[in-house]
Design a protein. Structure first.
Length: 220
């Protein structure tokens, strides 16, 4: 999809009220879960950052966001470096200069496994030795037919196939959680920040309601 197509699609998919609610959920996800993988004195790269919910709320000395949609820039705080580029080629970021790459709900939009390989290889180039790629993705194994309810979903991935893809591209899998948060923020699941925080503290609920997986992979 072109950047114009993406902007039109997301304007259609999320109302302003939904965007605000989604941002509140991401604030809790970053503070109560994903921050553990990001050192505050390090450099983090949000790959295909979308509306910037992750990079806006994560704490790091250097925060970089990449997306093919130039309109994303207006969603980001001024101290976030924005690069308008494909995730398969980000030459403006130096080799071994990033501590953590992060991607959420991105790989399912790619046209092929070859494209995903390209993204993972480019991330590996930018990551420092021992750096991590953290991703959260819809899990086709648990989402079932709902996986295809979104117009831009193309690449089917389960937690196991994604882990194989990362391993194929030279990563060491450190953590793989098959079920984490619900499949979509459009679900009826409570999204009050206090309830989201409580959900994160009760992993047995993940196995009931989770429709997305979390994968943490380390660059050797």
């Amino acid at each position: 999809m072109t950047s114009d197509d993406l902007e039109k699609l997301y304007d259609t998919r999320f109302s302003e009220k939904e965007r605000v609610r989604k941002d509140r959920v991401w604030k809790v996800l970053c503070e109560s879960y994903f921050q553990q993988f990001v050192k505050e004195d390090g450099a983090v790269l949000d790959v295909a950052c979308g509306l910037g919910e992750f990079v806006r709320h994560i704490r790091a000395a250097r925060r970089v966001a990449v997306d093919i949609n130039p309109a994303v820039a207006r969603e980001l705080p001024p101290d976030v470096e924005f690069i308008c580029a494909s995730a398969e080629s980000i030459p403006s970021i130096a080799d071994r200069s990033i501590d953590v790459c992060f991607a959420s709900n991105f790989f399912e939009h790619l046209p092929s496994k070859a494209a995903m390989d390209g993204v993972l290889q480019e991330a590996r180039r930018m990551l420092r030795p021992g750096g991590r790629f953290v991703c959260m993705q819809p899990n086709i194994r648990y989402a079932g037919g709902r996986y295809w309810d979104f117009y831009d979903h193309v690449l089917p991935l389960s937690h196991k196939s994604a882990a194989e893809g990362f391993a194929k591209n030279g990563y060491i899998i450190e953590r793989l959680i098959p079920r984490f948060v619900p499949f979509t923020t459009k679900s009826a699941f409570p999204q009050n920040p206090a309830l989201v925080r409580a959900y994160l503290w009760l992993p047995f609920l993940w196995r009931i309601f989770g429709g997305q997986f979390v994968l943490v992979a380390r660059r050797d």
